[in-house]
Design a protein around this ligand. Structure first.
Ligand SMILES: *Cc1c(COP(=O)(O)O)cnc(C)c1O
Length: 386
């Protein structure tokens, strides 16, 4: 995977479509990121936090029973074992370190289900930054526990009452805050979305997933790469980080979206949140709400690099429904003793289906990123299954 062009384009996608007042902030961020990323002392500091705070490297686990049942070799990249329970910590530690380096004391973030808000509040607490999280009023009510977690971590949670009062409105308000306070404020975006440099920067902070997994898979597979590499796609950060490690391998890359939020599979190109990408839109071009059993996949768009990878055919994007996801969740629990988050259960649901239809031939080697652990979803699943 190549870096984007100077204007942040991945083919026809990406870019920096922001109000004039935000252009200097984006340029300052791009400059600061490029310098930091190429500075061994920044990379050393980040690696140190990833190792001693987040718990990296995360292992790759071979699923013994499930592999036998499916007639394949299934390897899981265990992002569920990170501190705070998902891959999100990789990105927020990178951005919080960058904020400190830029001299910004105020760290703001948007959140939908609350996962990125909690991760941002965690990184801010660790590094002594003031943290403000924008969250739609509807989500604040739905996700009480995460709101309380953020408060325990010292963050202020602002309930957003504009629009549909969900994630896309929280992003708009966070962008507005950033415009008004850019001198002191760093805006930490939670996925590979938004204006340049965010999609590229977040992918670079997440590529530790794919870079580690490439080497770890080769240890299992006698130096070979897996035939297929699979990850779930909300905004697309765990998938982008995974794919980055395998882009020059012969592996087939598959992103899995929820059928009610398949922005890459069923969406239309448009410009939202500072980027040109694929979005769920109605006939008049209004952005539609995404629906999924997993709150973490509810973004109505997808990162521009995924739109590009789909356009050039380097990656394919599949979708699965909630019923398939629930079965996949239960199957991994019962066969491997691992409770996955509902988001990566989407990736597994596609693998189960593709093994059944023969799209994944018997004897294939498959690596899947298990982006997070399922503890956060257990109460919801209990209600559905009981
Ligand atoms: C937030 C989240 C996702 C979706 O975000 P991406 O940017 O698409 O990776 C996936 N899995 C888990 C566990 C999450 O918390």
């Amino acid at each position: 995977m190549e870096p984007p062009t100077e204007s942040g384009r991945f083919g026809d996608f990406g870019g920096r479509f922001v109000p004039e007042s935000l252009v200097p902030a984006c340029l300052e961020l791009e400059q600061a990121f490029n310098v930091a990323w190429n500075d061994p002392s920044f990379r050393h500091e980040l690696d140190d936090l990833l190792k001693h705070y987040a718990g990296r490297p995360t292992p790759v686990t071979e699923c013994r029973q499930l592999s036998d049942q499916l007639g394949i070799r299934l390897l899981l990249k265990r992002e569920d074992l990170n501190h705070t329970g998902s891959h999100k910590i990789n990105n927020v530690l990178g951005q919080a370190l960058l904020a400190k380096r830029m001299g910004k004391r105020r760290f703001i973030a948007e959140t939908g289900a609350g996962q990125h808000g909690v991760a941002s509040a965690t990184a801010a607490a660790l590094l002594g930054l003031e943290c403000v999280v924008y969250m739609g009023e509807v989500d604040v009510k739905r996700q009480e526990l995460n709101v309380f977690r953020m408060k325990l971590l010292g963050a202020e949670v602002i309930s957003v009452t504009s629009g549909a009062r969900t994630l896309k409105d929280a992003i708009n308000d966070a962008l507005r805050d950033w415009v008004a306070s850019v001198e002191s404020t760093y805006y930490c975006i939670g996925s590979v979305v938004g204006p340049h440099p965010y999609p590229f920067m977040v992918r670079q902070f997440q590529r530790v997933i794919g870079d580690e997994a490439r080497v770890q898979c080769q240890e299992y597979l006698n130096g070979e790469d897996p035939d297929i590499v699979v990850a779930c796609v909300g905004g697309g950060s765990n998938a982008a980080g995974t794919f980055a490690g395998f882009a020059d391998a012969r592996s087939r890359l598959v992103g899995v979206e929820p059928s009610g939020g398949a922005a890459n599979g069923k969406g239309v190109a448009g410009i939202v949140h500072g980027m040109r990408s694929n979005f769920l839109q109605d006939e008049s071009g209004q952005i539609e709400e995404a629906h999924s059993i997993s709150a973490g996949l509810d973004y109505p768009g997808v990162g521009p690099e995924h739109a590009y990878l789909a356009a050039i055919g380097r990656a394919t994007y599949e979708s699965v429904n909630d019923a398939e996801v629930l079965l996949a969740f239960q199957r991994l629990c019962a066969t491997e003793g691992i409770l996955p988050a509902l988001e990566p259960a989407h990736a597994l649901a596609w693998i189960l289906r593709a093994c059944e239809t023969g799209e994944i031939p018997r004897g294939s080697t498959v690596m899947m990123t298990l982006s997070g652990r399922g503890d956060k979803d257990v109460a919801e699943i209990m209600e559905i299954l009981n």
